[in-house]
Design a protein around this ligand. Sequence first.
Ligand code: UDP
Ligand code: MG
Length: 311
Amino acid sequence: MNSLLSVVVSVYNEEAVLDSFYREASRVLQGISWDYELLFVNDGSRDGSMRILDRLAEQDDHVRVVSFSRNFGHEAAMIAGVDHSRGDGIICMDADLQHPPECIPAIVERFEEGFQVISMVRTKNESAGLIKNLTSSAFYSLINTLSDVHFENNASDFFAITRKVAEVLKINYRERVRFLRGYVQNVGFKRTTIEYEARPRAAGESKYSLRKLFQFSVNTIVCFSNLPLKLGIYAGLAAGLMGVIVLVYTLFTRGGAPSGYATIVVLLCFMFAVLFLIVGIIGEYISILFTELKDRPIYIVEETRNMEDAE
Ligand code: UDP
Ligand code: MG
């Protein structure tokens, strides 16, 4: 029997590109030797995306759809796709054609060579703009300094895993606050990377604002590193050391050090700033702990298409 390839596509308000994505992806998928399924995860789209998916599912048995009850976010959509996929190999990609379907044959080739995890690394992202590219590389160097876990620079949400890895993700890694590409890079297994040129978005708008990306970065750091929690210890040590120096200085000058209102105010403000910053960092950890503790579902499926056997 032929191997089966699952292509997982997260969809949030993508009516402008869905048809061309489907056309391009199908053309490439028909050319490979594996059977395939195109698994769309509708992440609570409010536009006509679901109507288009309905039509595609009707026309083409390769198309399967999982539709959420509301928007749960890209990460939840990807894990739902992995959960519901049946393939021996699974590829996660975006609907906006930024991840070129032409890369699929190369991925299948790597699967056949026995690789279990294939990270797609982008060489160019013209559409993202300077700010996004700069913040992205700053983020990767920060997280790599803070965390023991190594993150591939410029790794994207474009990756491929085998059934074996998918089972690990399905059973473990069920965190609410998630960073799938981080887990994918850290489950081990035989890994490889393929470079690809990110294309500009085919149509429609990016769903990630800079604010969302910032929150995402904070969450990732909190999830993959405990180092910020220890900041308080270092700040305390530094403040203590400063105190000792000032004390010694005061003793030696017999209290004759120049007294200054400004000095005191500046010092006070500085110390409080450090204090509150650390309280804020602890707050971030507590908020994530709280979210995990509540154990709410990562996503809620409202309806499906061509999915008789699932659920
Ligand atoms: N997406 C999603 N849920 C969301 C936001 C985005 O499923 O809440 C999907 C979106 O439809 C697209 C992919 O995630 O297929 C990447 O989103 P986008 O292209 O907007 O991000 P960018 O490429 O600009 O980082
Ligand atoms: Mg995109």
